[in-house]
Design a protein around this ligand. Structure first.
Ligand code: URA
Length: 191
């Protein structure tokens, strides 16, 4: 079995027991799909958002709604095909009304799925989208406008935070900054 097949198998085995997960309150708040994440399991670059929205919940795929379309466009601008990177979220089930996940929800999901996904995929660079993602990973509150674009060392990897595409949809002036941050993340992942 090659590296890709091994990683894919490990990820499939990780996902399997949680396809109907009941470990946090999001299980019973309108969830249709546990949105595990998708993309290249061998990528050195991983993107982590907050949690699935309505369309992601329906389709079972991350970032396929309006925010996702913007993310895909930003990736294209910097020369990344979205299939070539791995994309996931802090929580895998949709928070009702797209509210921010609670500490209980995000810490549960992080422990059972996210940290293990990161271990298996083993990316050099993690580009977090929005404050929820970076705060949950580094376990510290941040001002996203201050730390975006910086390199935060974390568990032998580098976190590069940027804004959330949903924020950019409301504030298009940050799109250029996001392009800069994603390009920086791409370049660092290639070193
Ligand atoms: N917002 C997120 O944070 N993640 C998604 O998958 C979609 C929208």
């Amino acid at each position: 079995m090659n590296n890709t097949e091994t990683k894919q198998k490990l990820l499939d085995q990780l996902y399997e027991p949680y396809k109907q997960c009941l470990l946090c309150p999001l299980a019973k708040q309108g969830r249709t799909n546990v949105v595990f994440g998708e993309g290249n399991v061998n990528s050195h670059l991983m993107f982590i958002g907050e949690g699935p929205g309505r369309e992601e919940n329906e389709q079972g795929k991350p970032f396929v709604g309006r925010s996702g379309k913007l993310l895909t466009r930003l990736l294209t601008i910097v020369g990344i095909d979205r299939q070539d990177v791995f994309i996931t979220n802090i929580v895998k089930c949709r928070p009702p009304g797209n509210r921010r996940p609670t500490f209980e929800e995000s810490s549960t999901c992080k422990k059972i799925l996210l940290l293990k996904q990161i271990e298996i995929i083993n990316p050099k660079i993690i580009c977090t989208l929005g404050s929820c993602a970076v705060e949950n990973i580094i376990e510290k509150q941040v001002a996203i406008s201050k730390i975006r674009g910086t390199c935060l060392p974390w568990n032998n990897r580098i976190i590069i935070p940027t804004f959330h595409p949903a924020y950019a949809l409301r504030n298009p002036r940050v799109i250029e900054t996001m392009v800069e941050d994603i390009l920086n993340a791409k370049r660092k992942s290639e070193i």
